[in-house]
Design a binder for this molecule. Structure first.
Ligand code: 6GU
Length: 283
């Protein structure tokens, strides 16, 4: 069971988030435990102060170290040794891989930064720092919700029993293929016929091909350095023959590798074989 503690000055912000959807279901089913801790409970002044002015001057307030460290120590003392994660824009950027890593932990303590920054000395008490992307949020709370959403759905049992079969974006490092539901014709836009024919193998192959095409079109960075399996190479070749790959994509995403490649490496950067990481689903 994953045990999550959230340290924040806005514990109520999490009320509705934790009351709906997957996070709520996961808590209900006893698969994850999520508690908030109010940073102000760890202050020692009448005003319950958690921030102060920056040394050296400048605008904006800085999160004081004492309440945060007192809280971390208290939570450590009562809950065993959680992995302490600071939510800050300076952390490593959350990916599916990091979410998978956290879903395997027993206890995590998420510290939500607020104000214009945190006292640098707080960092000495954290095991990890996580950001959710290259933009600025007013605080770590919303980032924390994003992280909990991504992590909770990976805890075994939270999604359906077949969730490992879901072909969702990032499951195999590719974007998801296009999806359709009824009606078969919506305002003149028809569902691709292959999806209506019920030929499961053809559907699987079509989906994989569209997944590849979409990833190369929208997120070539996701397949940089990817080792393609046999079927992917066949599908890429089909896409090329159908001229569905643009100039850059014809190199199958090995855009940067190609710049570094020398003549004896041959004309294309394509590698065959199994993927180095992630589930391999050619069976
Ligand atoms: Cl974790 N915190 C803040 N304040 N801004 C962010 C962030 C976190 N991740 C991206 N931007």
């Amino acid at each position: 069971m994953l045990d999550v503690t959230i340290l924040t000055i806005f514990p109520r912000l999490f009320d509705s988030f934790l009351s709906f959807g997957n996070p709520a279901r996961a808590i209900q089913a006893g698969l994850v435990k999520i508690e908030t801790a109010d940073l102000r409970d760890f202050t020692d002044d009448r005003h319950r102060t958690t921030d102060d002015y920056p040394y050296g001057g400048g605008t904006g307030m800085i999160m004081k170290p004492e309440p945060v460290v007192r809280a971390i120590r208290h939570i450590r003392g009562t809950k065993g040794a959680p992995k302490v994660i600071l939510m800050t824009p300076q952390g490593r950027v959350l990916t599916q891989e990091i979410a998978e890593e956290l879903a395997r932990m027993e206890r995590i303590l998420l510290v939500c930064g607020r104000y214009e920054g945190i006292d640098e000395r707080i960092r000495a008490f954290a095991d990890d720092e996580i950001s959710i992307g290259d933009y600025v949020l007013s605080g770590g709370e919303t980032a924390c919700m994003v992280l909990i959403d991504a992590v909770a759905r990976l805890v075994p049992g939270v999604l359906g029993a077949d969730s490992h079969l879901y072909g969702e974006s990032f499951y195999n490092g590719l974007l998801e293929h296009p999806q359709y539901t009824r009606p078969a014709d919506f305002e003149g836009m028809a569902v691709p016929p292959v999806l209506l024919e019920g030929h499961h193998e053809k559907i699987r192959r079509w989906r994989r091909k569209e997944s590849l095409a979409r990833t190369l079109d929208r997120r070539p960075d996701l397949v940089k350095g990817r080792v393609w399996d046999r079927e992917e190479l066949e599908l890429l070749e089909e896409l090329r023959r159908e001229t569905r790959l643009t100039e850059l994509e014809t190199e199958y995403g090995h855009i940067e590798d190609d710049r570094e490649r020398t003549v004896q490496d041959g004309p294309s950067g394509i590698q065959t074989g199994r993927h180095g990481e992630g589930p391999c689903e050619d069976s």
